[in-house]
Design a protein around this ligand. Structure first.
Ligand SMILES: *Cc1c(COP(=O)(O)O)cnc(C)c1O
Length: 505
């Protein structure tokens, strides 16, 4: 079966889009027996003669698919920030496979693919209230982790060049000389990553880039670990022999809290970093979408996302709040020259494209991969299908549900909202974005809470720890979120867990 005709494609694609918009699967997790059964059906060895297309697809759909979790297909899957897939993105994703474009080189007379990628990125800037021309180095990635790798790689290149500027006129480049020689020439003996409550992928990026996980240094305030302790930050920046990348967590994954609250705080960071030749990277994987909000009830989130345009680079995720399929992230940087110094695919004349300063840059010279999936197409499709209002509406529903959960937790006698706060209930709720962190007051129940909630199969949450104790986390990120439909399911599940516990003890 080849998908050649428009009709055949439409039939297939519509079936897939339907999967993402039908009433959600009743249970968010398959039961263990189903998973074990599927496992027993896995082909043990490569068949000498193929099974054929029909039998292979039957095998995937009937034997394996029942054992997949509902993750992004269900709005009741709140375990990780998984997002979902809008119908427009699902349809476009099938076109990506059908046309199988390789988006590595800008070939304006041969395919429009790189134009689509660049336009999708500039539409995304418009959605996020950024000026596209401010971010001349922009590219789709496989996710926020690889965007963080790009951010630290660009930062590493920049801070070494800055540290060398007063010593030599010659360009000092990590990309060219390697980190050891470039640091020696710059008179630098340490590159430090200064941050607060970073996502684990920041340390992973530091490891990949030879900076080391140990270079990640958390400088949070003792009373508010997500916010920079500015005097401590100054002291670290001043340290002789050190070059610094400042990594701003714009919505932290456990609590949803943002490192800055207002443009003034970003301006203060910018001033400090300029003084010491430091690079600012913002990890705003899901936080950056707060920039779509306008209503007064979200003013605290709006303030927290203000001034992110003052960063040197920024990480965003596509497969979370943007609700396009895996795997998609994006990366923006204000430094076009740094892009090529780090990612230039050297001496590949056959891959060269124009040097025009305004031209679209070939993705293979500004990102990790050579050959790349056309992941821009689902983004483009979804952005034009729903527009600025559609995306704002999705996010408002997600925030409203998260606030509904938080309110229930605060008012219930059995659960407790985290982190503990002395603010008024209204202020606490006004600060909730899409994450709700909480625990059970009964410590014995709390130890089993996540598993007991998962065992309901009605909702899925993830476990974490807070203040040395187990904690439980909701992350709301699906485009289909509907407060009136979903909140009763959640509160019922949370109540059932408590009732069952009380009955058994
Ligand atoms: C999810 C997340 C990441 C990692 O993103 P992937 O897309 O899973 O690679 C990084 N930073 C933050 C803040 C995140 O929420």
């Amino acid at each position: 079966m080849e998908v050649q005709s428009h009709e055949a494609f439409n039939e297939l694609a519509t079936a897939i889009a339907r999967l993402h918009s039908e009433p959600s699967p009743k249970d968010v997790l398959p039961c263990t027996a189903t998973i074990n059964h599927a496992r027993s059906k896995l082909q043990a060895h490569l068949p000498t003669q193929g099974l054929g297309l029909d039998e292979s697809i039957r095998h995937l759909q009937e034997d394996l698919a029942p054992a997949f979790n509902a993750s992004s297909r269900s709005p009741n899957y709140y375990g990780f920030v998984t997002g979902g897939t809008t119908p427009a993105a699902a349809l476009a994703d099938n076109l990506v496979t059908a046309y199988d474009q390789n988006v590595g080189v800008h070939l304006p007379n041969e395919t429009i693919a790189t134009d689509v990628e660049d336009r999708a990125l500039s539409l995304l800037c418009e959605l996020l209230d950024f000026q596209p021309e401010q971010w001349p180095h922009r590219i789709f990635t496989t996710g926020a982790t690889s965007s963080n790798v790009l951010g630290l790689a660009c930062g590493r290149e920049y801070v070494i060049a800055e540290a060398s500027a007063h010593r030599t006129d010659a360009e000092n480049s990590v990309g060219e000389l390697g980190i050891v020689e470039a640091m020696r020439k710059a008179g630098i003996d340490e590159i430090q990553i200064l941050t607060t409550v970073p996502h684990s992928s920041l340390s992973k990026a530091a490891s990949i880039l030879g900076l080391g996980r140990a270079s990640v240094n958390c400088l949070g305030r003792s009373d508010a670990p997500h916010k920079f302790d500015i005097p401590l930050l100054k002291k670290a920046l001043e340290q002789p022999g050190a070059a610094s990348i400042v990594a701003v967590s714009a919505s932290e994954v456990n609590t949803g809290l943002f490192a800055t609250a207002g443009v003034e705080e970003m301006q203060e960071l910018r001033k400090l970093c300029d003084m010491y030749g430091a690079w600012i990277h913002v990890d705003a994987a899901f936080g950056v979408f707060g920039r779509t909000l306008t209503a007064p009830s979200y003013s605290s989130i709006i303030r927290a996302c203000a001034g992110l345009e003052l960063a040197d680079s920024l990480t965003g995720d596509g497969h979370k709040i943007l609700n396009v399929p895996y795997d998609c992230g994006f990366f923006f940087s204000r430094h076009r020259n740094i892009a090529e110094r780090v990612f230039q695919n050297p001496n590949a004349a056959y891959l060269a494209s124009g040097n025009d300063a305004d031209a679209i840059m070939s993705p293979l010279n500004i990102g990790i991969e050579n050959s790349r999936r056309f992941r821009a197409l689902p983004v483009y499709a979804s952005l034009i299908a729903y527009g600025k209002d559609g995306y704002r509406d999705m996010l408002e529903r997600q925030i409203n549900l998260a606030r509904g959960i938080a309110k229930y937790v605060m008012e219930s006698g059995e659960y407790e909202l985290l982190p503990e706060s002395s603010e008024s209930a209204n202020d606490i709720l006004g600060g909730i974005y899409i994450i709700v962190l909480f625990k059970a007051k009964d410590e014995e129940l709390n130890k089993q809470l996540v598993n007991r909630i998962k065992a309901t199969r009605k909702i899925y949450v993830s476990g974490t720890s807070w203040g040395g104790k187990p904690a439980c986390r909701f992350a709301v990120s699906n485009w289909r979120t509907d407060v009136e439909r979903d909140l009763p399911i959640i509160t019922q599940a949370l109540q059932d867990v408590v009732e069952e516990w009380k009955n058994a003890n």
